[in-house]
Write a protein that binds this ligand. Structure first.
Ligand SMILES: Cc1ncc(COP(=O)(O)O)c(C=O)c1O
Length: 345
């Protein structure tokens, strides 16, 4: 898979580390049937550039390069009130001398607060040009196009980035991650039996799957849904992976059976804390000093823990958890994560 023909900006000057989590694995095993569990490792995509970075950093390397190639002066994107994607897009815009505007969807009613901390605070600190808040369920593409049209009427040129940076160009970032991982496994003599990744707007899962298939990496990937159960999530991931194949000119169909996701860990609602997330965030923090976030990686790790306890990730198997970032939103949910306020089961 030749990525070199696509324009790319570089925001991370190193391959993100792959680290074993021996204390986390031991604690997990103690809670699994028979006292045995998988050996868990982590790929630290939370250390990506545009710090505190995350999976969006990789997607934006290709998206922002495309925006610059098109002569855009403003990035327009969308997300939830504590969107990591919006914050990292803004950081990229600032670094490139571009302006940045958001359309924020209040997915949980009354969740947008001008004085909120976490990512929202960073929106203000880094100087977002304008935020349009819309109610849950508003179609985001037309809402962003409206912002782009207003900018065009003022003689400016917007580049619209879909939610999560998940389109074929953004997905190239996770093809690059697959290639980076393959090189690391080769250089470090590592093998993994399974990769666990978050599955939301689907660019990370779909892009990584396209990268694994295209580079003939035979390790199964399981996506943990952060907002949808498999019947709704897997078609999105499949479409994303195929779009990446098509953009790369790979004349193959992505096999449907390679798209595997797991539901049940994001409920009661996207971004709303639950007890399994709290357990996962506390366990990672207290065994490894590894910080997960409540909206994404906490629920994704809860999925890994659940799969281990159910025996789907077997004792002795080596499992790689892709840590996709999200640190700032931890501060917006401190009481829940510390167990000081009740959360959903
Ligand atoms: C920290 C973090 N992890 C995982 C995801 C899900 O990734 P994707 O939207 O590419 O499916 C997101 C999306 O915003 C995120 O911010």
């Amino acid at each position: 898979m030749d990525l070199s023909r696509f324009p790319r900006r570089r925001y991370t000057p190193f391959a993100t580390p792959i680290e074993p989590l021996p204390r986390f694995s031991a604690a997990l095993a103690a809670s699994c049937p028979g006292g045995q569990g998988p050996e868990v490792w982590v790929k630290r995509d939370d250390m990506l550039g545009l710090f505190p970075g995350g999976n969006k950093t990789r997607k934006l390397e290709f998206l922002v390069a495309d925006a610059l190639a098109q002569g855009a002066d403003t990035l327009v994107t969308c997300g939830a009130p504590q969107s990591n994607h919006c914050r990292i897009t803004l950081a990229a815009a600032v670094k490139e001398g571009l302006q940045c505007r958001f359309v924020i969807e209040e997915r949980v009613p009354d969740s947008f607060h001008e004085d909120a901390s976490g990512n929202h605070f960073m929106f203000r600190l880094m100087g977002v040009e304008a935020i349009t808040v819309v109610p849950a369920g508003t179609p985001m593409a037309p809402a962003m196009q409206k912002v782009a049209d207003e900018l065009a009427a003022a003689g400016r040129k917007a580049y619209v980035i879909p939610g999560g940076g998940s389109n074929a160009i953004g997905g190239l970032g996770y093809v690059a991650c697959a290639q980076e991982l393959q090189q690391q496994m080769f250089e470090q003599g590592l093998r993994f039996d399974h990769v666990i990744v978050g599955s939301g707007s689907s660019g990370t899962h779909g892009g990584l799957l396209a990268g694994f298939l295209g580079n003939r990496i035979p390790i199964p990937i399981t996506g943990i849904g952060v907002s949808r159960d498999p019947a709704d999530q897997e078609p999105l991931v499949w479409k994303e992976a195929q779009a990446v194949f098509d953009l790369l000119g790979i004349a193959e169909a992505v096999p449907r059976e390679k798209v595997v996701s797991v539901g049940g860990y994001w409920q009661p609602k996207y971004s709303v804390p639950n007890a399994r997330m709290v357990e996962a965030v506390q366990l990672a923090a207290r065994t490894e000093g590894l910080l997960l976030d409540p909206v994404y990686t906490g629920k994704i790790m809860a999925g890994l823990i659940g799969l281990a306890r159910d025996g789907c990730l077997r004792p002795g198997e080596r499992v790689l958890f892709l840590h996709t970032g999200g640190l700032p939103s931890l501060h917006a949910y401190e009481a829940a994560v510390l167990g000081k306020t009740p959360v959903a089961p």
